[in-house]
Design a protein around this ligand. Structure first.
Ligand code: PLP
Length: 380
């Protein structure tokens, strides 16, 4: 059965060009980058080339890029790293209610250690209120961590406004850009971003490789002790092939960004229009403005989301209820609750996230099957 994949926010397929670039680093250039002989030096040089490509995608300087094991590690590293480095100045952190668990649970862990955290509310589209942010700032606020784009409803936050406010009060601003990188333009210099997390497997590179960007001049305590890799901030022998793959994926993303965005926006808007036209009561969760090009999160009132998902799976269609990390749990999505959706509506919602391989014909197949399955479920 042909698989139609609409869950690109959960993970993406590794691109052929990315895999090809990685392969020699498993079998030929397998030297440890810390070794002095030739195959070690080849690995080291390739890592530095990849670092430049990642830096280029977000307009950072290469020495501001730290390779990590995943987006979650990047979030953990900087939030805990800033908390521990700045605790003499203060112990207050500001974030939002709709962050990924990698941020939320890290903040909750810090609360158990005596830090205080403000979780900003969001409006019905999933955007924070800038005045609420400003009013939440205290003398002891050391970090603002607000995601660039949400993983469930795709809402893009007013990043430049947040960074301006952070700068005004001399507070470090971190953004979890795991869903945004490679899908929308990001320029850390122009946008005034002090720190950013990204993850390889969301942009057609493999799983198990992430990046933490930290602006030069910002101190943060390291999270992993051991060897001196990554400027002595992240111990552990580098995932060389993963790093090379991520470098290539960033280079491709940078090159194709405009076309990629146009393609995904077209698919998303066509899907939303078709669903609203053909399925009674179907509605978009979150707004259409300030939304990731490939994200459509739809509520199908009076339909059980899990049942819909399983029926879609039987047709080879992959979608998601909530985020990949929260689906499987029976609790309704914290993101949908935060934008004011009832538990019932949240349980009737599915997330479809489009990727570069999807076509208009895929969307027609999806909509046709949604119509049939929903009709069947409603008549049961
Ligand atoms: N942050 C966001 C917004 C995400 O969507 C995800 C993954 O879904 C993560 C962090 C975690 O990334 P990783 O799976 O690389 O740990």
């Amino acid at each position: 059965m042909k698989i139609r994949y609409f869950d690109n926010a959960a993970t993406t397929r590794v691109k052929k060009e990315v895999l090809e670039e990685m392969l020699p680093y498993f079998t030929e250039n397998y030297g440890n980058p810390s070794s002095l002989y030739s195959i070690g030096r080849i690995s080291k040089k390739a890592i530095e080339e990849a670092r430049k490509k990642v830096a280029n995608l977000i307009n950072a300087t290469p020495n501001e890029i730290y390779f990590t094991g995943c987006g979650s590690e990047s979030d953990n590293t900087i939030i805990k790293g800033i908390a521990y480095s700045y605790q003499k100045k203060g112990r207050h952190i500001i974030t939002s209610q709709i962050e990924h668990p990698a941020v939320l649970h890290t903040c909750q862990m810090l609360e158990r250690k005596g830090f205080e955290v403000t979780y900003l509310k969001v409006d019905k589209e999933g955007r924070i209120d800038i005045d609420e942010l400003r009013n939440s700032i205290r003398n002891d606020t050391i970090l603002i961590s607000i995601m660039f784009a949400n993983n469930e409803i795709g809402t893009i936050q007013p990043i430049e406004m947040i960074s301006k406010i952070a700068k005004m009060y001399n507070i470090v601003f971190h953004t979890d850009a795991v869903q945004a990188c490679g899908n929308v333009p990001i320029d850390v210099k122009r946008m005034g971003i002090d720190s950013l997390s990204l993850s390889g497997h969301k942009l057609y590179a493999p799983k198990g490789i992430g990046v933490l960007y930290v602006r030069n001049g910002i101190e943060f305590e390291k999270f992993m002790d051991g060897g001196h890799q990554e400027k002595n901030k992240r111990a552990g022998t580098e995932n060389v092939a993963g790093i090379i793959g991520l470098g290539k994926a960033c280079e491709l993303a940078n090159h194709n960004l405009e076309e990629h965005m146009r393609h995904l926006t077209e698919l998303r808007d066509y899907f939303i229009q078709q669903v609203q036209e053909k399925i009674e009561g179907a509605m978009l969760n979150g707004g259409i403005e300030n939304r990731l090009p490939g994200n459509a999160n739809i509520a199908f009132p009076f339909v059980d989301g899990e049942a819909l998902l399983l029926n879609l799976d039987a047709k080879g269609i992959c979608a998601s209820s909530g985020s990949a990390c929260t689906s499987g749990s029976t609790a309704p999505s914290h993101v949908l609750s935060s934008i004011g959706k009832s538990d019932e509506l949240a349980r009737s919602s599915l997330r479809f996230t489009f990727g570069e391989e999807n076509t208009k014909e895929d969307i027609d197949f999806l909509v046709e099957n949604l119509c049939e399955i929903i009709k069947k479920l409603k008549s049961n």
